[in-house]
Design a protein around this ligand. Structure first.
Ligand SMILES: [Zn+2]
Ligand SMILES: [Zn+2]
Length: 349
């Protein structure tokens, strides 16, 4: 069994996990993984950009006899701030390279260079098109008008200096770590497959750093890929379900996710998530007996609490998730846009 000394877990075979807190977030922490290589330690994800998170990361590495300056490289599963937040600080302190899939690097570069105002305009327009009521959109317009826009996460995110190429081995001395592109949660999410015997000889195919793609007790958020000025019609839920099936077929002996805890039997967890989404799609299809906007659909979907109690920001995430499910239903030929409606409503076919 892995030894758990408060913040640090020894997973064996030169792999450790450090619990790095995410401030004010029900998820609690990001599991930053440390992989020993012949050129020095490599981190898989880094954690939220916050002084306490940084101190926890540095202290966790110290218990392993690693100074932050020793870090050789940083491999990022996806661009979200609970994974990529501290990468810049790690690079500054160590000179480590940072690697990310090109599609997520594109998001980082775009976010850094975009005027916050552009993002607010994009969100306002997007919510209006989704059928959000005026009182929901008004605060965004007010924030833009007052200039309270400098706190968007990701504006200062580090630009990676290496690309993670799907299906290729990362250039890590003495280790076999292969990138598996698993789009869905973000366009450039990757899982990282450690193609080595399990240190406790658990049956299966190596170990998998799964990021947010496959978690033991949470179904990751699948919304639209947020991209102002991008006119591509994407199907993130379709991407996600395809990526899940591929990970299920890989059948790793153990999964090391970026939240919660390590687990085995990935194919069973994949099956649960596929069933969950199939049920959800069937439920939404039934709701569309009456034509609904994405907002109207989100209001009627089942969430972890009644719609009236869902906070403002979470409603935006919820409507994005409703839209991702609508895209999938349309793509499957189970729903269609009602011609001549504005905002567009959708109905079951
Ligand atoms: Zn994420
Ligand atoms: Zn996460």
């Amino acid at each position: 069994m892995p030894q758990d000394t408060s913040q640090v877990t020894d997973h064996g075979g030169g792999v450790w996990g450090i619990k790095v807190p995410i401030p004010d977030n029900p998820l609690g922490h990001t599991l930053v993984h440390v992989l020993d290589t012949d050129r020095g330690p490599v981190l898989v994800d880094t954690g939220w950009d916050d002084p306490e998170s940084w101190d926890t990361l540095v202290a966790g590495l110290a218990t392993l006899g690693i100074a932050i300056a020793d870090v050789h490289g940083v491999v990022i599963t996806h661009h979200h701030p609970d994974h990529h937040g501290l990468s810049g600080r790690v690079r500054e302190a160590s000179g480590a390279w940072i690697a990310m899939h090109a599609a997520d690097t594109e998001v980082v570069v775009r976010t850094r260079s975009s005027e916050p105002g552009v993002w607010f305009d994009y969100m306002s327009a997007k919510l209006a098109a989704a059928g959000a009521p005026e009182e929901h959109i008004a605060p965004l317009r007010a924030a833009r008008a007052s200039g309270r826009m400098r706190t968007l996460p990701g504006l200062r995110a580090a630009v990676p200096d290496r690309e993670i190429v799907p299906a290729e081995l990362l250039p890590l001395a003495g280790r076999r770590l292969r990138a598996i592109w698993t789009p869905g949660h973000t366009p450039g999410h990757v899982c990282l497959h450690l193609e080595e015997e399990h240190p406790a000889n658990l049956p299966g195919n190596g170990r998998l750093f799964s990021g947010d793609h496959l978690l033991p007790g949470i179904s990751p958020h699948i919304g639209l890929y947020e991209a102002p000025e991008d006119t591509r019609v994407t199907d993130p839920l379709g991407d996600y379900l395809d990526s899940l099936e591929r990970i299920g077929r890989l059948a790793p002996a153990e999964v090391l996710p970026a939240h919660q805890h390590a687990f085995t039997d990935a194919p069973a967890r994949v099956r649960e998530l596929l069933d969950h989404h199939e049920e959800r799609l069937a439920g939404l299809w039934a709701l569309l007996a009456e034509p609904l906007t994405p907002w109207g659909l989100a209001e009627r979907m089942e969430w972890n609490r009644p719609w009236e109690q869902i906070p403002y920001g979470s409603r935006n995430i919820a409507v994005s998730e409703a839209e991702a499910h609508l895209r999938r239903l349309v793509k499957q030929g189970r729903a269609e846009a009602v011609p001549g409606t504005d905002p567009v409503t959708y109905r079951a076919v």
